[in-house]
Design a protein around this ligand. Sequence first.
Ligand code: FES
Length: 101
Amino acid sequence: MAIKDLSNVEHVLFICNGGTCLGKGSDETTNQIRKSIADRDMNDNIHTIRTKCTGQCIHGPMVFASPGNIWYKGIVPELSDELVERHVVQKEIWQEQQLPW
Ligand code: FES
């Protein structure tokens, strides 16, 4: 497998793929987020990582965005494209989906 060039990465999205989040659709959330990034031709700028449980099961599917330390809750597949549009493209914090800490 080739090593991905991460030198132009501006955002990393950690998408919980722990058991509870998977049960709430996070596998499809992951696929949809990746499709949304690819559709915008932003694969060089956005990196996604599937994670194990991030300890916020009740709020899942969880997505952690870095930089910014933003925790997003309830990112079901239907909200995946809007997350990419708001957080990555518009560079805003989607407050309705943010999990305060
Ligand atoms: S399985 Fe996603 S926060 Fe626990």
